[in-house]
Design a protein around this ligand. Structure first.
Ligand code: URP
Ligand code: ZN
Ligand code: ZN
Ligand code: ZN
Length: 488
């Protein structure tokens, strides 16, 4: 479309800089960011005086229309994205699940699901098996399909879980392709054992979910994945960091210089596990996700880690089942579909919890909700920035306006909300997606099919020559070490 838009008088915030300026948008692209821009009469003007004009949120971790635990998440690529836009998120990266271990078949399924998209999206690819076909398909996925990250599940024994041998093969393949390895870090064998123990003890309710998979199992798997990624010398992205145990492993590795990214999710930052003990099953079961929401104290520690840089960006793991689906596990917590909402709430809750409380700056807010994700997945500055030439994905946030969260007014299709009743400061009043005003005056104007697939190119630096750690890795395998300029 040829819509022209001027956002006047707001404070434009990027990850490293903020200033009062106007933002002029044409054909979905930011054309100019300068104070006191003069434009013609046919331009729609939005007054942002006293408000913050920021890059739209990018959610690095969602599951829309995912088949999981015998059912399918209730938000699809339209309803989940509509909810996202109402909450100031203008792009998300969703996880493709292979079909019968086939990456290509999985991707085709997701391409079909995503046709109804009303905002931009990208994909990560889950790896559930490793053989010559998967190895070949990983190359096709990276070089031809615009995906630069692969997720390995160390939990969900019997379905998605991979063993250490597969993880190691996968890490090596990621490295050779210049792709980023991501890991769901829980020890799936120990979780399985813990679940059996709960059942033996007669604990069948939602609290058994948390009791069966304590923080130590997240810490162990995080440490193991970090060590193996270090052994292969390839970067690692740890998704949904939920515990102090996992966070401390990431802190230690980063301090030693290892390239490890830690992603907390909103539920881990702002909730504790008390809800899991609610005597009402519908209430308790809505909090069931993996890794579990932890005891009070982990939340505050994760906030601290986000503010001091040990953790770098915030996702949601938006993976929503309604109370009927959650009730599949009414007699046995192992059958409660795992997942919580958050795609609509993330921008509000991170503002209120982190900025309003003084734990991070406004520029850091932009970094952890948008820019860092764009950088990590190699789409910066097309996404994650308000500068001339970037896509016009923009939000206007009013720091003096309040939000209130409840299942009655949210835009997700689910009938519960894990943040029910929360209020706070900092409301996203306007969302602009590719130059189109899609959220204004509490009204959504979304168009199915208007969202575009964002290709994410691989990271060339990963395979530029053989470094010292490569040499020690190769020699530890008794392989002949190829010499290169950097290994003298
Ligand atoms: O409980 C969760 N997190 N469900 C989504 C799948 C995953 O592990 O990310
Ligand atoms: Zn400037
Ligand atoms: Zn996961
Ligand atoms: Zn997830």
């Amino acid at each position: 479309s040829s819509t022209k838009l001027l956002i006047k008088g707001g404070t434009v915030v990027n990850a490293h800089h903020q200033e009062v300026a106007d933002v002029y948008v044409e054909d979905g692209i930011i054309v100019a960011v300068k104070p006191d821009l003069k434009v013609s009469d046919d331009v729609k003007v939005i007054d942002a005086t006293g408000k913050f004009v920021m890059p739209g949120g990018i959610d690095p971790h969602t599951h829309l229309a995912m088949e999981f635990m015998g059912t399918e998440t209730i938000d699809d690529f339209f309803s989940g994205q509509a909810a996202a836009l109402a909450g100031g998120t203008t792009m998300h990266i969703d996880f493709v699940i292979p079909v019968n271990d086939s990456l290509i078949a999985g991707l085709e399924t997701y391409e079909e699901k995503a046709k109804k998209s009303c905002m931009d999206y990208g994909f990560h690819m889950a790896i559930t098996k490793f053989d010559d076909i998967v190895s070949r398909d990983m190359e096709i996925i990276v070089k031809e399909k615009g995906i630069n990250s692969f997720k390995f599940f160390l939990a969900y024994k019997g379905s998605l879980m991979v063993n250490d041998e597969l993880l190691l093969e996968g890490l090596k393949r990621c490295k050779s392709l210049g792709a980023l390895a991501m890991v769901h870090a829980e020890n799936g064998d120990a979780v399985f054992e813990g679940q059996k123990r709960m059942i033996q003890l007669g604990i069948f309710g939602p609290e058994g979910h948390a009791l069966s998979r304590p923080p130590v199992l997240e810490g162990e798997a995080t440490a193991r994945a970090i060590r193996l990624a270090g052994f292969v010398n390839t970067p690692l992205y740890v998704v949904h960091v939920m515990s102090i145990d996992a966070m401390e492993e990431i802190a230690k590795a980063r301090k030693s210089g290892q390239r490890v990214v830690g992603e907390p999710v909103v539920s881990g930052l702002v909730l504790d596990d008390s809800g899991l003990w609610d005597s009402d099953f519908t209430t308790a079961s809505k909090y069931v996700m993996s890794p579990p929401i932890r005891a009070s104290g982990h939340d505050k520690a994760l906030q601290g880690a986000l503010s001091n840089g040990v953790l770098q960006l915030v996702g949601t793991d938006h993976c929503v089942f309604n109370s009927t689906q959650k009730a599949f596990g009414i007699d046995d917590f192992r059958k409660i579909p795992n997942g919580v909402n958050g795609i609509e709430e993330r921008m509000h809750l991170v503002w209120d919890t982190m900025v309003e409380s003084g734990q991070i700056s406004i520029t850091d807010y932009v970094r952890v909700t948008s820019t860092e994700c764009a950088r990590i997945f190699n789409i910066y500055p097309r996404k994650g920035a308000i500068i001339a030439g970037s896509d016009a994905d923009i939000i206007i946030l009013n720091p003096n306006s309040s939000f209130e969260i409840n299942a009655r007014s949210h835009h997700s299709r689910t009938d519960t909300n894990v943040y029910e009743g929360r209020r706070g400061k900092g409301k996203v009043e306007v969302t602009i997606a590719r130059g189109r005003v899609v959220w204004e005056n509490n009204e959504l104007k979304v168009v199915p099919g208007s969202g575009k697939y964002i290709e994410m190119p691989p990271f060339n630096y990963l395979f530029s020559g053989i470094d010292k750690a490569d040499a020690s890795y190769l020699s530890s395998l008794n392989a002949p070490v190829k010499r290169s300029k950097s290994t003298t």
